[in-house]
Design a binder for this molecule. Structure first.
Ligand code: ATP
Length: 496
């Protein structure tokens, strides 16, 4: 299914809408409907419980930062200076476009990163790039800073910014968190929150929007120490495209390697490999097909100003391989920058004596890109029966609705019995009651939104206390006693 058809289907089913559609929407902003909001919540919870409260060898604590913070934060972090994209304007229609995106059909996408405006303009000239809307001539490029500005207060207003990433709030609260949680190296600080980027051309639905959500972990460690925890996951296999393979022109094929091999071949450090592996396992654990995932190392020219090494966890969306998450080695860059700008010492005492500015590995997930990957990955069209069916094959634990409950007919006490079952199940599952249309149509409706189990109450239920439970993927039906239903479902919904 192409992205337009997918977008239409997701709107019609109640997953994601353009914001304020009754006023024509606003480019780059989306609202999540009842099903999308549930899916998003389930993903966030999965990440939070798995990473913050998971069975780790070290402590990971959570925090929530404010959306607007002191503007000096963005000066020290480098965002005021370099968080920008190159932009051209059409002389005729006045449309504005990202220069590197205009070039992407002519040159490899990542090869524009790190080029100066002059170099980009030379490529525009060389390839005769024109306005994609009206064919007009485009201007020379200029930098466009992606941070949204706002004003704080009514008098003596302070110019401030909506945060473009959550990570900086972790760095500026570092001392407080370290003191209050009594953590010692290595440890992590995790956060989930909304961020804002005034993207020049938002596109590909929720893949590139102007307001989105991030789940970021800053993992602090002593670079002089080995990552003992890697041992636990060193045999995990990942698909890898390293920098050298790209330099040699091998843009397409990823190599399957274990994390142990990644480190043995010196593609990255042990700490970095550990978080590459954890990020991989998190996404595959949600049910995303590993064949559609790869870890691509940034070319030197692509690296952000703070990064010594970055790997993108890419998913094969319907519009190609694209970044789903970034796993960056931020070194001690941010803590040192904030220490310098604020005059506050942000180093940590070491148990063996002395002090250290810890280094940081940052796995950063865009929640919306993950939701979208999961939606694309879960969507199936099948020729079951005469009608065929659309099925969203979400893992049962993630499904927006986990159990549908139907009375076979709307009489003979069946609706009352079915509603009692709804009350029984609501404490443990996301349950939806549906009494309209034929049972076959009700099954199809639930298949299309990914409900893994449907319970039907019929005449036999009143006689022997059993219901039919129908499973979404196999369409197999079982007869289960009402008194066993909760445990029966619990085993299947939360097993994976
Ligand atoms: P891109 O190169 O695609 O613009 P980025 O490298 O600037 O992304 P990061 O700054 O590394 O992205 O942000 C971390 C994560 O936030 C990304 O991996 C992605 O999942 C998400 N993200 C970034 N920009 C957007 C956006 N405009 N819309 C939705 N998610 C985004």
């Amino acid at each position: 299914m192409d992205i337009q058809a997918m977008q239409k289907m997701l709107m019609e089913k109640g997953f994601i809408f353009p914001t304020a559609e009754i006023y024509g929407g606003l480019a780059g902003f989306f609202d999540y409907g009842p099903l999308g909001a549930e899916l998003k919540r389930a993903i966030r919870e999965n990440w939070w419980t798995g990473w913050v409260w998971g069975d780790n060898d070290f402590q990971i604590v959570g925090m929530e930062g404010s959306t607007i913070t002191h503007p000096k934060t963005w000066d020290a972090s480098g965002h005021l200076d370099v968080f920008h994209d190159p932009m051209v304007e059409c002389a005729k229609c006045k449309g504005r476009f990202r220069t590197d995106q205009l070039l992407e059909k002519k040159v490899r996408e990542s090869s524009c990163d790190g080029l100066s405006l002059k170099e980009l303009d030379a490529l525009v000239k060389k390839h005769g790039v024109k306005c994609p809307v009206c064919g007009g001539e485009v201007s020379e490029s200029r930098w466009f800073n992606l941070m949204f500005k706002t004003e704080v207060g009514a008098v003596n207003t302070l110019e401030a910014y909506l945060r473009p990433e959550t990570a900086q709030l972790i760095f500026v609260n570092f001392n407080r968190i370290v003191k209050t949680s009594r953590v010692s190296l290595p440890f992590g600080i995790a956060t989930i929150g909304r961020v804002f980027r005034n993207e020049i051309s938002p596109r590909n639905f929720v893949f590139r929007c102007r307001e989105f959500e991030q789940m970021e972990l800053e993992f602090f460690f002593n670079p002089g120490e080995k990552c003992a925890s890697l041992k636990k996951i060193e045999d995990v296999e990942v698909n890898v495209i390293d920098r050298k393979a790209q330099e040699e022109g091998g843009d397409g094929q990823a190599r399957k390697m274990t994390l142990k091999e990644v480190v043995r071949h010196k593609l990255t450090t042990d700490w970095h490999a550990y978080w590459l592996g954890n990020s991989w396992q998190f996404v595959t654990g949600l049910g995303v097909d590993p064949k559609k995932l790869r870890l691509r190392q940034h070319m030197k020219s692509e690296l952000s100003h703070y990064s010594a090494d970055t790997w993108d966890l890419e998913y094969h969306y319907s519009f190609g391989w694209k970044e789903l998450a970034g796993i960056a080695n931020r070194t001690d860059y941010d803590l040192k920058q904030h220490a310098k700008a604020s005059g506050v010492d942000l180093s940590m005492p070491l148990s063996e004596g002395g002090k250290l500015y810890p280094h940081v590995i940052e796995p950063s997930f865009g929640v919306d890109r993950l939701v979208f990957a999961l939606l694309e990955d879960s969507y199936h069209e099948e020729n079951a029966g005469t009608e065929g069916r659309q099925v969203m094959k979400f893992r049962p634990g993630l499904a927006p609705i986990q159990v549908g409950v139907f009375p076979l007919v709307n009489k003979d006490g069946l609706p009352e019995k079915a509603k009692k079952i709804v009350s029984l199940l609501k404490a443990g599952f996301r349950v939806f009651y549906d009494a309209s249309g034929s049972v076959g149509r009700r099954y199809r409706r639930q298949d299309a939104v990914g409900t893994p189990f449907c319970v039907t109450v019929d005449g036999q239920t009143l006689e022997d206390g059993t219901v039919t439970v129908r499973e979404r993927d196999s369409m197999k039906q079982d007869r289960v006693k009402v008194e066993d239903l909760e445990v029966w479902l619990r085993r299947r919904v939360f097993k994976a």
